[in-house]
Ligand binder design. Structure first.
Ligand code: SAM
Ligand code: DTB
Ligand code: SF4
Length: 347
């Protein structure tokens, strides 16, 4: 029996499974490209509005000087990348950036910090930011490194909606990219975030020299968590001079799209975010990513320290594809009905 026949039982309205086996997921990656995209589209249309994407804007609220040695990251003190260490931004500066992001059309504001883990004063400061950004009518997300359960609860109490913490790769490959903390540390933080009642944003990076088995392993880990992350960022590695991953082969764009499609099949209800790397992608590759089930992007000229497509390019791309940005009201509607069942009337 070949891989296609093996998976012919995968129905469009797939249930939320948490028992994926690596071999099964590798077989999905092996499907003919068009078959894989067809299945991903079916699942996507069953669970989501097909021509709508959610837009988040990122801001680095504390840049550079990070003690961790993540091999991809321009903000690590271990590498000479030209990114200087800065202090945490004042609350007013962050709120002003959030206001501009809302005006430009974003519905979620993500605050990123180059911390291994935040200190007490950092949690307090981010709590203030969250309260004020929320008051503007934006969803909030923070990514501050490892959290203790108590810290996750404090952020929840401040009104934080999402916490981003990526597993980045498979457990095996992770050890080759980061030595200053373990995969288990990442999983422990995800547990603390989940237990605090925050929404989980967790994904990883494609193109670090990992194998297809590693990409499948990463998605299996995410899908087999006690709850699927509500948001799954799939980043294409942005190569930054000075980091250990500055040079390398990268990944074929069809393989990148396959990773998005498999993420969509494994985690049907999640928002799959086409994250870092869009500036280097053609419009056609991005359109394929949306077809494969990506329904969220980072919107605005900058990610944390590297570039993102400018707003005009994104507006033009979405207009040409007739894809609408999700409004705040649509976000709320989606969240009310979201996790119980696929959208009625689709497919
Ligand atoms: N320090 C926190 C942490 O590591 O969790 C939060 C910020 S960190 C920059 C957030 C995520 O950005 C990383 O987990 C990684 O997935 C992604 N990232 C960092 N540098 C990247 C790069 N050069 N290309 C693609 N993604 C990158
Ligand atoms: C995520 O998965 N990607 C974003 C966000 N979560 C925090 C970060 C991408 C960073 C790319 C490199 C940079 O701009 O420094
Ligand atoms: Fe620090 Fe996060 Fe960059 Fe790793 S990814 S070096 S933890 S800022």
């Amino acid at each position: 029996m070949n891989a296609v026949a093996d998976h012919s039982s995968l129905t469009p309205i797939s249930p939320l499974r948490h028992d994926w086996r690596l071999a099964e997921v590798e077989a999905l990656f092996e499907l003919p490209f068009m078959d894989l995209l067809f299945r991903a589209q079916q699942v996507h249309r069953a669970w989501h509005a097909p021509n709508r994407i959610q837009m988040s804007t990122l801001l680095s609220i504390k840049t550079g000087g990070c003690p961790e040695d993540c091999g991809y990251c321009p903000q690590s003190v271990h590498y000479d990348t030209g990114v200087a260490r800065e202090e945490t931004l004042p609350v007013a500066t962050v709120v002003e950036a959030a206001r501009r992001a809302k005006e430009a059309g974003a519905t979620r504001f993500c605050m990123g910090a180059a911390f291994r883990s935040p200190k007490k004063k950092d949690i307090e400061r981010v709590g203030e930011m969250v309260r004020e950004v929320r008051a503007l009518g934006l969803e909030t997300c923070a990514t501050l490194g490892m959290l203790a359960p108590e810290q996750a609860r404090e952020l929840k109490d401040a009104g934080l909606d999402y916490y981003n913490h990526n597993i980045d790769s498979s457990e095996d490959y992770y050890k080759r990219i980061i030595s200053t903390r373990t995969y288990q540390h990442r999983l422990d933080t995800l547990e603390a975030v989940r237990d605090a009642g925050l929404k989980v944003c967790s994904g990883g990076i494609v193109g670090m020299g990992e194998t297809r088995t590693d990409r499948a392993g990463m998605l299996v880990t995410l899908a087999n968590l006690p709850e699927h992350p509500q948001s799954v960022p799939v980043n294409q590695l942005v190569r930054v001079q000075g980091t250990p991953l500055a040079e390398g082969e990268g990944v074929d764009s069809f393989e990148f799209i396959r990773t998005i499609a498999v993420a969509r099949l494994l985690m049907p209800a999640a928002q799959v975010r086409l994250s870092a790397g869009r500036e280097q992608m053609s419009d056609e590759t991005q359109a394929l990513a949306f077809m494969a089930g990506a329904n969220s992007i980072f919107y605005g000229e900058k990610l944390l320290t590297t570039g993102n497509p400018d707003v005009e390019r994104d507006r033009s791309l979405l207009a040409r594809l007739k894809i609408e940005p999700e409004t705040a009201a649509q976000t709320q509607e989606r969240q009310v009905g979201a996790r119980q069942a696929p959208a009625a009337g689709c497919c």
